[in-house]
Design a protein around this ligand. Structure first.
Ligand code: ADP
Length: 617
């Protein structure tokens, strides 16, 4: 598609302008963008370095803390409500500090129990002869023994025999007696635990739900509180019996102690983290002492004291290996700490927010710059086009003026030559030559005066001497003179005059304006040779209208033709001569009279130009 006409003449200038402005602007934008990116990378680098530095500080602090703790393990005990324990390992058992905090132990010492032979007589009666009364008598005797093991065994058997004899209430009482024996071992299980579990089962058989629930709750409480020294299998068995589920924290502690029991046999000292029951647990051990700790203890005792350091450095740290946007990392193998330390910036969004704001600012600046350049290009293109149009009009003007001069000059030359060569015949012919010369001279005079006037108007040096003037009289005079001038051309002017109020006018200038309108009316009416002129007052104004029935003016030209050098399309298509300054002068003169010119016209229907001047006073 071809470029629009308004754009074409100035396109090289426009391109130069765009090259001169857009290229540096684009380069500037690119450089700013690059520098922004560079800044962002530098900032990221700086943050990484800060994290690295903070990581070293944190690792050192933790190492010191752990080393100091290891030295104190022999006489250190965590608080009772911590999820941590100090453990003392011996060949056949483990002790914990604080005591009774473990659900179960990796090793339980095998206690001495009452020899089974003691109960042989009673069991003979109970099982072989099924003489329950006899058996009960034997067992009752044994229940009075001074040995707690024998006492416990006797109560257990009494309860069993009562159950067999269908005396459940008596059996329950016996289990209560057995429970009073405390943790005396019965087949490796504390007697009171055996008694309570048996009571629970019997109550269930007797369908006494309230008591069953009470017994189960009490049992669960004691299991959770680590009341008995149980191994894992026994604990799970009894917990399973009553449907007890230990809290994850306690289960994890018992699990990590069991793990430590085997681990410390492989390595005499160490620091490790291990996930038990879904919880990250920490174990430190050295010789027979060890610390088993859960996340709560680690958080409160080791990490919380580091909070000011973290805050100071503007970083965060994870110890449980949770996936985090790590910006610095120290592996456990390198630091000797039980976990891999991961550190990242406390507010990673701050920098990206800052850069996003700067990027937005840069884009906005680039946008504004582009809009300015586009607007500038448009204005330049428009300005240049205007100048070019004026230049073209000026050159048309010179051609037109030359043409205007040529006609009367040719006539003068021909008549003068006729005189010189004696070709002017009789007196009548000579007279017609003289008249033609007079008309040509007058036309040249008008032309020159017109050009001089135009020059003065353009320079703003045209003086106007406004005096009270009778517009009707002035128009009448102009029309008469015009008709005289046009005599022989067939032009006829019909004048209609109402008596208008006087106006303030420069008679010469106004005459010139009316003459121009008459001249145009005659020029642009090739077929209809009548021109209608009217003068009259209308609403505080005096109107001088010049109407013709000529070629008319299309509406899109009606404003433009009042500009200097502008000629309508019809003037060229009809070969009508002119310089394109007549209406510009009319407009100038009327404006100087504080009046206005109105135009009504349609192609083929003729035109009416009306000069409207303010009435005097
Ligand atoms: P010129 O007549 O020398 O071309 P003008 O400034 O007097 O210059 O007029 C400007 C244009 O206005 C003319 O070229 C013509 O197209 C148009 N024009 C002026 N008067 C008339 C008219 N009476 N009828 C038709 N067109 C006219």
């Amino acid at each position: 598609m071809a470029a629009p006409a308004w754009f074409r003449p100035a396109h090289h200038l426009l391109v130069s302008f765009l090259v001169v402005t857009m290229l540096p602007a684009a380069a500037l934008f690119w450089l700013s963008w690059r520098s922004l990116e560079q800044d962002r990378l530098l900032e990221a680098q700086r943050i990484r370095e800060r994290c690295e530095q903070a990581t070293d500080l944190l690792v050192t602090a933790l190492q010191q803390k752990l080393a100091a703790l290891e030295l104190r393990l022999a006489d250190y005990a965590p608080a009772a409500n911590d999820d941590a324990l100090v453990l003392v390992f011996q060949s056949d058992r483990v002790e914990s500090r604080p005591k009774n905090r473990l659900l179960y132990y990796p090793a339980v010492p095998v206690p001495r129990e009452a020899p089974p032979a003691v109960f042989a007589r009673g069991e003979e009666l109970e099982f072989r002869r099924q003489d329950y009364a006899g058996a009960l008598t034997v067992y009752r005797e044994l229940a009075r023994s001074a040995d707690p093991g024998i006492r416990a065994g006797a109560h257990l058997r009494l309860a069993r025999t009562f159950r067999k004899a269908g005396q459940c209430q008596a059996a329950l009482v016996e289990y209560q007696e057995l429970a009073k024996c405390g943790p005396v071992p019965l087949d490796g299980v504390p007697a009171d635990l055996v008694a309570r579990r048996a009571r629970y089962a019997l109550l269930q058989e007797l369908k006494r739900p309230a008591e069953v629930r009470g017994e189960a709750d009490a049992l669960a409480r004691d299991l959770a509180a680590g009341r008995w020294l149980l191994d894992r299998v026994t604990y799970l068995h009894f917990a399973g019996e009553i449907g007890f589920q230990a809290p994850a924290e306690a289960a994890a502690l018992a699990g990590v102690v069991e793990w430590l029991w085997t681990r410390r046999r492989e390595t005499p000292s160490g620091r490790e983290s291990v996930t038990v029951e879904g919880r990250p647990m920490i174990a430190l051990w050295r010789g027979e002492h060890a610390l088993a700790a859960g996340p709560r203890y680690v958080e409160q005792s080791w990490l919380a004291p580091l909070a000011p350091l973290l805050k100071n450095q503007g970083v965060r740290m994870s110890f449980d290996g949770a996936s985090s946007p790590s910006q610095a990392e120290r592996a456990a193998s390198a630091t000797g700490l039980p976990w891999t330390v991961r550190v990242w910036s406390a507010d990673p969004g701050a920098d990206s927010r800052q850069f996003a704001a700067r990027r937005r600012f840069l884009l906005a600046a680039a946008g504004i710059l582009s809009v300015l350049v586009c607007a500038g290009s448009y204005l330049i293109a428009r300005g240049v086009n205007r100048e070019l149009a004026v230049a073209r009009l000026q050159s048309d003007f010179v051609a037109a003026v030359s043409h205007e001069f040529r006609t009367p000059l040719t006539l003068l030359r021909q008549t003068t030559e006729a005189f010189v060569e004696g070709r002017a015949g009789d007196e009548a012919e000579r007279q017609s030559f003289y008249q033609a010369q007079a008309r040509a001279t007058e036309r040249l005079h008008r032309l020159v005066e017109s050009l001089l006037d135009f020059g003065r108007m353009e320079a703003g040096a045209k003086p106007y001497r406004l005096r009270p003037t009778d517009a009707a009289q002035l128009v009448r005079g102009v029309v008469e003179e015009f008709q005289r001038e046009m005599a022989g051309s067939g032009v006829n002017v019909e004048l209609a005059v109402e008596t208008p109020p006087p106006v303030e006018a420069d008679a010469d200038a106004l005459t010139h304006a009316i003459w121009n309108l008459l001249d145009n009316a005659a020029k642009y009416s090739p077929d209809c040779r009548t021109i209608w002129v009217s003068v009259g007052g209308q609403g505080g104004e005096v109107g001088i209208a010049v109407r013709d029935h000529g070629v008319g003016i299309p509406s899109h030209e009606q404003k433009e033709i009042f500009r200097k050098f502008v000629r309508g399309a019809s003037s060229e298509s009809n070969g009508i001569q002119g310089a394109g300054i007549g209406l510009a002068m009319v407009a100038h003169i009327v404006e100087a009279h504080r009046g206005r010119v109105s135009l009504e016209s349609a192609p083929g229907a003729g035109s009416t130009f009306t000069i409207l001047l303010p009435a005097r006073g």
